[in-house]
Write a new protein. Structure first.
Length: 388
């Protein structure tokens, strides 16, 4: 009887183990299936976005010889009819307004209206009226894509005007910068009997500093939270976007600190909120979100991925380069492998100046080399202005 009971008990445990194992397998299959559906959903969303961009380029290509879109350093805004565009170049600190019109009189009216809008419009209004953003807003978003509204922040008004601009000030500025003498004219290659009229306006000499001050409070707040030098965050932002809140690169990366949603964005969100989420471009066009995630990613690089580098200055150089090219490529510069566990001991035997020189010599591409030089120089400049 005891033998039978023992056998029955063992069989029960065996069956229970199988049941638990089956349950775990089912859970894992369910999780993998869910993960795949999320990835497929984002791929489809990204594909739809790319198609919308290409369609929009074709649309504006009906009127413009060179159909421009926003980049890391430039912000492009088209009117609804696509025949007038504002091109703000934050690196060259210029505002170029172009319009297609039948006469100089018509063009002058359109150029003045576009300039008046450009110097006062805020980020929220841009999101609402930009024809491309309207197209993108129609695309169905994946279930777990994190989105948000863009808050209203100045783009050019704080650069152009010392105080909140009145209608009189705007009128004076527009008339000063648009006159018959500075309007350039060339024949339209796309539309018969019409010309392209344009003006180029130089921003004030202190435009970059004024742009940086718009984000000073957020930068000071989050550099303190993430235990980062304030000057590092300013220098990274300057190098990534020249403080262009509408920055977008082909990768795509978005906003002031050029966050890539599927890589740095996921890592930063996991660190900040303990969940893996992909964030939208709209989410990253909000400066608070962008700075929060950008500084979080810098923290991850400095305090996690590169934590085995002992010298703080050496680790800072590696962090700067890694923000551009990834931590694995930092390891490659020292070991020709992507393993930081192998690279760290070699880096720790070197002086910080040697680490800097080694990165400039052996990083895999020229872009992160230039990036390290620019950020390092700009850190010194921003340290003088803001400290840290």
């Amino acid at each position: 009887m005891l033998k039978v009971l023992l056998i029955t008990t063992l069989l029960s445990f065996h069956l229970l183990a199988l049941t638990v194992e089956e349950f775990n397998n089912q859970q894992m299959e369910s999780f993998n299936s869910y993960k795949k559906s999320q990835e497929d959903g984002f791929k489809e969303y990204k594909k739809s976005q790319t198609e919308a961009f290409e369609d929009y380029k074709k649309d504006i290509g009906r009127y413009w010889d060179k159909p421009k879109l926003s980049t890391k350093k430039t912000w492009l805004l088209y009117t609804e009819d696509q025949k007038t565009r504002t091109d703000v170049d934050f690196s060259k600190e210029t505002i170029t307004i172009e319009t297609i019109a039948h006469s100089e009189k018509e063009a002058k009216i359109k150029l003045k209206a576009a300039l008046a809008q450009a110097v006062v419009i805020n980020t929220k209004k841009v999101q609402e009226i930009d024809p491309l953003e309207k197209k993108l807003a129609l695309i169905k978003k994946p279930n777990r894509l994190k989105d948000s509204q863009v808050k209203a922040e100045a783009i050019l008004s704080t650069v152009i005007f010392n105080n909140r601009p009145t209608k009189k000030l705007i009128y004076k500025y527009v008339n000063k910068n648009i006159s018959n003498s500075n309007i350039r004219i060339k024949k339209s290659k796309k539309l018969n009997n019409q010309n392209v009229y344009s003006v180029k306006i130089q921003m004030p000499k202190d435009a970059m500093l004024k742009r940086s001050k718009v984000y000073q409070r957020e930068i000071l707040k989050h550099s303190k939270i993430q235990k980062l030098p304030t000057s590092l965050v300013f220098a990274i932002m300057h190098t990534e976007s020249n403080f262009n809140p509408r920055a977008r690169s082909h990768i795509p990366a978005y906003g002031l600190m050029q966050i890539v949603p599927k890589s740095a964005g996921v890592d930063a969100h996991k660190y900040l909120y303990n969940t893996k989420r992909i964030v939208s471009g709209t989410y990253l066009y909000d400066s608070s979100n962008n700075i929060t995630m950008g500084t979080a990613y810098l923290h991850i690089l400095y305090y996690r991925y590169l934590k085995k580098i002992k010298n703080p200055t050496s680790r800072l150089y590696c962090t700067i380069a890694a923000y551009n090219t990834g931590a694995g490529n930092i390891a490659w510069a020292f070991t020709k492998s992507f393993d930081m566990n192998k690279a760290a001991p070699l880096i720790n035997k070197m002086q910080s100046e040697q680490v800097y020189s080694k990165l400039l010599k052996d990083l895999r591409w020229d872009e992160p080399k230039k990036y390290l030089i620019n950020v390092s120089k700009r850190m010194k400049a921003y340290r003088q202005v803001y400290g840290g």
